[in-house]
Ligand binder design. Structure first.
Ligand code: KG4
Ligand code: ZN
Length: 339
């Protein structure tokens, strides 16, 4: 197979990242400059601050990615970049930078959907993984069950109707005073708590659906905390974290295994920041063992936002001749399969 190198750029939220990827699966470099420490002070991502910080570091991050991969722009076959979904100001920084490079170096530009990038992190981690398979994408902004029919061909089978799973983690963590980002903090604290201590609700829909809803669960946790504070009852934070987490994990597990049953597929690839969650991993692996389904996860660095996953998605677009024009614009609400 002819060697193709993609330089990829990701700046949709609070990570500025650039990577060099060989043939969609091999990471030659994956540089990530995170802004988490800055946003922590505000309890969440401040969009204007995020954009400014991307501007400050993007040039350095891209140069570092090329240096670490030991290549120059000349060696690159195409430039991949996230153009949505995400924060518009943040997306524009990466996109404008990528367009400038593509124009100056006369290389094809490949616009990539961020969600597609998360799914493709699994192609890097699992070198033999090929479609079709089911992917559960769980991040700070998104919760999707996707049937990956082929490279670049997706059918969304279920999605959240309100909060994303990671968003629920972040909001509950904030209410518990654990800080941002909340997912890893709840994950850690839940290990010391009793998951059966408090019975939080799981959303049920009247119709048959693979959709999710997490806002009712989040409100139930907030109400529980308010009630305890009004009645001067001491809250066991670890129990709240463990019980909340159990409710999230069960709903994700049940819907994804229902999909597998309906579609008769035997691979589930988990993606997105919440894929780093240890309880979710354990629950899916143990259910998978029961029914003979293989559960695949990317390593932690490839779960949360990074440019390597964008480079993988860009490669599969590139070899299918799907390049973008230089007037590509940022799309904060870009849908999977759009464009
Ligand atoms: O994919 P990602 O880096 O950014 C988005 O595209 O949204 O995901 C970030 C989300 C945050 O909500 C964070 O709290 C959550 O992933 N997260 C976790 C864990 N690590 C990160 N949630 C639960 N458990 C974790 N270990
Ligand atoms: Zn993401």
């Amino acid at each position: 197979m002819e060697k193709k190198l993609i330089l990829s750029i990701e700046s949709s939220c609070d990570e500025t990242s650039a990577a060099v990827i060989e043939n969609g699966r091999i990471v030659l470099s994956n540089i990530i400059a995170t802004q988490i420490d800055t946003h922590k002070k505000f309890g969440g991502v401040v969009p204007e601050v995020a954009s400014r910080m991307h501007i400050e570091v993007i040039d350095k991050v891209v140069k570092e990615a090329l240096d670490e991969a030991n290549v120059t722009l000349e060696d690159i076959d195409a430039i991949g970049v996230t153009y949505g979904p995400g924060l518009v100001g943040a997306l524009l920084v990466g996109l404008q930078y990528a367009k400038g490079l593509a124009y100056a170096a006369n290389k094809p530009l490949i616009g990539v959907n961020h969600i597609e990038g998360h799914i493709c992190a699994n192609f890097i981690q699992h070198k033999d993984l090929k479609p079709p398979f089911v992917s559960l994408v769980v991040s700070g902004g998104h919760t999707f069950i996707v049937h990956v029919k082929d490279y670049g061909k997706y059918e969304v089978l279920g999605q959240t109707r309100d909060d994303a799973a990671g968003e629920a983690y972040d909001k509950v963590a904030r209410a518990l005073g654990l800080g941002y980002p909340g997912g890893p903090k709840i994950d850690k604290l839940a290990k010391e708590g009793n998951p059966n201590a408090i019975e939080f609700p799981r959303a049920r829909f009247h119709e048959e659906t693979l959709d999710f809803s997490f806002s009712g669960l989040k409100s139930a946790v907030l109400n529980y905390l308010n009630k305890c504070s009004m009645q001067n009852i001491e809250v066991n934070k670890a129990d709240v974290a463990a019980s909340f987490q159990k409710a999230v994990v069960e709903v994700l597990r049940d819907n994804v295994f229902l999909t597998i049953k309906n579609k008769e597929l035997d691979n589930i690839a988990i993606a997105g920041g919440v894929a780093a969650n240890s309880a979710l991993r354990d629950a899916l692996i143990s259910e998978g063992e029961k029914v003979g389904v293989q559960i695949l996860f990317p390593e932690l660095k490839l779960c949360t936002d990074n440019a390597a996953m964008i480079g993988s998605a860009a490669y599969f677009r590139f070899i299918n001749s799907k390049s973008s024009s230089l007037d590509l614009n940022a799309k904060p609400n870009l849908k999977l399969n759009e464009g």
